[in-house]
Design a protein around this ligand. Structure first.
Ligand code: SF4
Ligand code: FE
Length: 483
């Protein structure tokens, strides 16, 4: 059975020789680093839940490629039901971690590469799909995490890759050898990079013939020669170094992002899935983005379940659970969140098979889903902050709370309803602070806005798929206007 336990997953990360930098220094022990460990715990939850017999049906699936039960995060969707199970799994993990659990990018990458390489081979007589199937089996048999590395730094946004002042601002092929290719460049905002064994590099935009050297997709081990990771800061990240877990708001879980730099990295031919066929870059981008826009209808709703729960607790602890405006704000939060869930489910149920046989979400509905995700979490957070009150940002530190003289003073004056411990009230305020202004805000807010493509990217897709001509024809018919 290829499924790893959570502990085996952690051990497998220890065996990697990652080149990681943070605060200007090399991080030798990535696994136990206090800033990074919560993000590892979130990824570990994808392994732990797969071991839970109650979640086995949701978290695992028998692979048609290996004949063995594998983690759903390494599965090629064979039906619309698989797409639905995917978002259910993501909501569960969002509820479990209240953070980005990072493994979805790889799942979305393998499904996009699966169908794109199949169609590319049909059109061009290449053999990328077989390369990919061999790689997929390796991933499934070893229960590995793949980072989906798409976002290039992009330099001047008004120029294509081939016109950039610095050609490395989009990852590119700098050398073609008989046995493989050499790539150079970077990928930005890479979610879960330090908790991934592998990554699939993909182009980030549509390309033309002039951009052929930038039209590249391939698989690279995270600890390959020439790969380095520079960790991105998160607001309030150094609270994790203060030995005051209460002050972090979500002491056990979190997310992480890194800038990945590729300094002339060699990729053998059998790990290459696109190499100069620029006409297929757009298909790969569009499909990956479609899957990841679906993903947000799962993960963000699970995270918001925790935020809504924290808000309801804050109301209880503040003594106002029966105030009609508080009840109405909680209802509004639930309404917004379930609207996102409805979009995530809808684009999954409406999924259709691609020519290669795997299932793709309904792209219109997936883009509508993500467009709503760029807005509703901000309103949910506004309402959470409204109900919580100013204490969520003005509460003294855990060190004050534990102090022999200051502690009793803080305890006395930060008390809400008499039956609730002040410590519990502070913990809930800190959790809301974390999700709205601290480390959790990266995953719940900015990532909701820009992850899987910024709002305008969805509007372009919605515009392209809108089929206004068909709607005009409907109106003409009703109004009895002759063609
Ligand atoms: Fe998964 Fe959501 Fe994180 Fe993307 S943002 S990797 S969908 S948990
Ligand atoms: Fe994301």
């Amino acid at each position: 059975m290829p499924l790893k336990t959570g502990e085996q997953f952690v051990d497998s990360l220890r065996a990697l020789k990652l080149r990681v930098y943070m605060f200007g220094e090399r991080v030798e022990n990535v696994v136990d680093n206090p800033i990074l460990r919560p993000s590892l715990n979130s990824m570990k939850a994808t392994y732990d839940l797969a071991q839970d017999p109650r979640q086995a049906e949701l978290m695992t699936v028998v692979s048609p490629y290996t004949g063995q039960r594998v983690n759903r995060f390494a599965h090629i969707h064979r039906s619309a039901a698989d797409l639905v199970s995917k978002v259910r799994m993501q909501r569960l993990l969002g509820q479990t971690t209240a953070a980005c659990f990072q493994r979805c990018v790889g799942l979305d990458a393998i499904n996009a590469v699966f169908s794109t390489t199949w169609e590319l081979d049909q059109a061009k007589g290449t053999h990328y799909h077989q390369n990919f199937l061999d790689y997929l089996k390796y991933i499934q048999e070893n229960d590995l995490v793949i980072d989906g590395a798409m976002t290039d730094p992009k330099g001047d946004r008004g120029l294509p890759p081939s016109k950039q002042a610095d050609p490395d601002l989009y990852l590119r092929v700098v050398e073609r050898r008989p046995d493989g290719i050499v790539v150079r460049g970077a990928k930005a905002h890479q979610t879960g990079a330090t908790n991934s064994h592998e990554m699939i590099v993909m182009p980030t935009i549509n390309m033309t013939a002039a951009d052929a050297d930038w039209a590249v997709a391939c698989a690279i081990p995270m600890d390959a020669e020439g790969v380095s990771l520079i960790i991105g800061r998160q607001s309030c990240d150094t609270r994790k170094l203060e030995d005051s877990p209460m002050d972090t708001g979500n002491p056990n879980f979190g997310g992480m992002e890194a800038l990945i730099v590729y300094d002339d990295v060699f990729v053998p031919n059998e790990r290459v899935f696109l190499n100069g066929e620029y006409e297929f870059a757009g298909m790969l981008v569009e499909r990956f983005a479609g899957y990841h826009r679906q993903s947000y209808g799962g993960c963000k709703t699970g995270v918001a379940d925790v935020i809504i729960g924290a808000t309801a607790l804050a109301a209880d602890y503040n003594g106002v659970p029966r105030a009609s405006h508080v009840k109405d704000k909680l209802i509004e939060m639930v309404h917004l969140n379930e609207t996102l869930w409805a979009c995530g489910l809808a684009c999954s149920y409406e999924g259709r098979p691609t020519a290669s046989g795997n299932y793709l979400v309904d792209l219109m509905l997936a883009n509508v889903c993500k467009q709503n995700v760029t807005r509703f979490p901000y309103e949910i957070i506004r309402l959470a902050s409204d109900v919580a009150g100013g204490m969520m940002v003005t509460t003294p530190s855990e060190k004050d709370f534990r102090h022999p003289e200051l502690g009793p003073v803080v305890d006395k004056y930060l008390k809400g309803v008499a039956s609730v411990a002040t410590e519990d009230r502070i913990k809930i305020m800190r959790l809301i602070e974390c999700m709205s202004l601290g480390t959790g805000a990266v995953g719940y807010q900015t990532e909701s806005l820009h992850g899987a493509g910024s709002p305008q990217a969805q509007r372009v897709m919605i515009g392209r798929l809108a089929n206004l001509e068909a709607k005009k024809a409907l109106a003409k018919k009703i109004a009895r206007i002759a063609d």
